[in-house]
Design a binder for this molecule. Structure first.
Ligand code: FO1
Length: 348
């Protein structure tokens, strides 16, 4: 056994031949001790904050070059003429290890001078763009205006931020999630941030879905991955959007290798956010069983919380194996353990 000290982390690698330059800054953890280093390709279907928390664990046990994230862009919108991609940024900042862990979005220790100045000018600001985050949006919007696609801009941003995993927008085409409440139709971010998810959901539309094409590399990644993991994100408006891009759901259905999901619902409530309201609107129960039903045509295995272990047989009755573990991610150790559970199929 060989030990290497990298950035004060001690990583034990079983196999010397795996000691390649690309792994030297791969953030090993105590959980990696005694584990083999995975060399298989993993694809994560990801929304925003919930996915990012899970990704923090996954990125500690999968080398950057072996990990791709297919990210929801249904939350994208234009603000002050800038293209905002909330979930792409949360995932990119997480992989760059600059995400604000307290908020779950934005850049750690960012300031909000521009946001405050706009408010002082009387602007009706409701979406808090930090100053450094604003630079990301200026950079992205300028590159988009120069003719680059969202995928190409994301590659450029990842490169600048030192992210070596692949971050793939689900589509480069216009796709927006709109929500109808008693207050009328509104963009998802307006529902989520401005109205703080307080209204009941009357209807949901994925505008542009029928014309959207998967971004380059998405279908190939889903076809070739040794394992696809569906993050503990909102199954309707974070993962459901990805599945609504024509061709993506079918690519998952065609897979021979496993697709695993982590339930974002524990004991009848979402870990975070309005997933319950959206699942009720979809007519499924707010439970891991409801999650399994939404994914039943492509899912092999569902990881649920110990609190829901009595649902395991019920979920087996719709043809999906369920395993119970602790899915509440408070510490880094919790996140790594959950990622290890999601990868257990690879050891079978
Ligand atoms: N979430 C909020 O609750 N309030 C905000 O002001 C806010 C700003 C923001 C800026 C950039 C960014 O990338 C994300 C931001 N988020 C904010 C998070 C975002 O609205 C949600 O996490 C997702 O869209 C839902 O997945």
């Amino acid at each position: 056994m060989l030990s290497i000290i990298v950035n004060h982390d001690i990583i034990w690698l079983h196999a010397r031949h795996l000691l390649k330059a690309e792994q030297l800054d791969y953030r090993g953890s105590k959980q990696a001790i005694g584990c083999r280093v995975l060399r298989l390709h993993i694809v994560l279907l990801a929304g925003g904050v919930g996915a990012a928390r899970f990704l923090q664990g996954l990125a500690k046990i999968v080398a950057p070059g072996d990990l791709s994230c297919v990210v929801n862009t249904g939350d994208d919108f234009v603000l002050h003429g800038l293209h905002i991609s909330p979930d792409l940024d949360i995932i990119t900042y997480t992989l760059a290890d600059i995400v604000d862990n307290e908020k779950g979005w934005g850049i750690r220790q960012d300031t909000f001078n521009c946001f405050e100045a706009l408010r002082n000018l009387g602007s009706d600001e409701w979406f808090r763009l930090g100053d450094k985050d604003l630079a990301t949006h200026l950079y992205r919007s300028e590159l988009l205006r120069s003719g680059l696609s969202l995928s190409e801009v994301t590659v450029a941003l990842c490169k600048r931020l030192g992210v070596r995993s692949r971050v793939l927008p689900m589509t480069n085409d216009n796709f927006e999630t709109w929500v109808q409440t008693d207050a009328g139709w509104m963009h998802f971010e307006e529902y989520y941030v401005r109205r703080a998810c307080r209204d009941e959901v009357r209807d949901v539309e994925f505008r542009g879905a029928d014309r959207a094409r998967p971004a380059p590399g998405v279908l190939e990644a889903l076809r070739d991955a040794d394992q696809v993991i569906v993050a503990p994100s909102n199954p309707v408006v974070s993962i459901g959007t990805i599945l609504a891009v024509p061709g993506i759901r079918e690519a998952l259905q065609r897979r021979k290798k496993p697709v695993i999901a982590i339930s974002p619902i524990v004991a009848g409530s979402p870990l975070k956010g309005p997933a319950g309201k959206f699942m009720r609107h979809r007519g499924v129960e707010v439970s891991p069983k409801g999650v399994a039903e939404l994914y039943r045509d492509f899912l092999d295995r569902l990881v649920l919380d110990y609190a829901d272990k009595e649902l395991i047989d019920d979920i087996a009755s719709i043809g999906i194996e369920a395993v119970a573990t602790n899915t509440i991610m408070r510490t880094t150790e919790d996140k790594v353990r959950l990622a290890e559970t999601a990868l257990e199929d690879l050891n079978r």
